[in-house]
Design a protein around this ligand. Structure first.
Ligand code: TZP
Ligand code: MG
Length: 225
């Protein structure tokens, strides 16, 4: 299989990684596209549509609409789990977990120009992601979170261990927000490129304002190391 890749991916895009949750956005009475646009205006550098319940056709329509929002800003849009949805909307890539399609199969289906991310909790999983031709890994949950049930927490120690062991760029996820993003970035790993957040943006009334605050926390740490 194809292990070339990495044609298009800029690891700095992981800096402020916004992961959607349509349930949260529904609660705040706004369409996904508005929430995505607000996140981008506040400084999000990449968007992932993570929709576990959405039916296929609605997911494709939502993804196409979000592509229209992201493209003028040159912000990559990734799809969680669903390679078919990513192909249907010509998304910039796919993010898979450990029980989803393997990254080398995703690569074979998407080709070298797309971004592939893999969720990893262990060094062995990170090693496999590298072998499979992934572009980055998402590591967590770093802190406890209500967003993902049954999620085992790896802590800052687990995050650091994976960063040290992997050649891939890393984005940290799980329970991260404006109150603790500095602690994550301050572990001082040079391949730790950013934080991925769901509720810190999308379970808030003012998505743009929260994104701006989080971005300034990240920039402060980034400038001081
Ligand atoms: N993977 C590990 S933790 C998590 C995912 C998708 C949920 C993160 O959500 P939040 O609201 O940023 O804690
Ligand atoms: Mg998954």
């Amino acid at each position: 299989y194809n292990v070339e890749p990495r044609l298009k991916f800029n690891p700095d895009d992981l800096f402020l990684y916004a992961v959607t949750d349509s349930g949260m956005n529904r609660k705040w009475g706004r369409p996904m596209t508005d929430a995505v646009e607000a996140a981008i205006k506040g400084g999000a550098t990449i968007i992932q549509l993570r929709e576990k319940e959405m039916k296929t056709q609605e997911f494709i329509q939502t993804a196409k609409a979000c592509m229209e929002v992201c493209q003028p800003h040159k912000i990559p849009l990734l799809i969680n789990d669903r390679v078919d949805v990513a192909l249907a909307c010509n998304a910039d890539g796919v993010h898979v977990g450990q029980s989803d399609m393997q990254a080398h199969t995703v690569r074979a289906l998407l080709g070298p120009g797309k971004i592939i991310g893999v969720s990893c909790k262990t060094v062995a999983q990170a090693e496999k992601a590298w072998m499979d031709g992934a572009d980055y890994i998402g590591c967590g949950g770093v802190f406890p979170t209500n967003t993902k049930k049954d999620n085992i927490t790896i802590g800052l120690e687990g995050l650091k261990e994976i960063c040290l062991a992997s050649k891939l760029p890393v984005v940290a996820i799980g329970g991260i927000g404006i109150g603790n993003a500095n602690l994550v970035m301050e572990i001082g790993m040079k391949n730790l490129k950013g934080v991925a957040v769901v509720s810190a943006l999308f379970d808030k009334e003012n998505v743009e304002g929260e994104a701006r605050k989080l971005r300034s926390v990240l920039e402060r740490v980034f400038c001081s190391v």
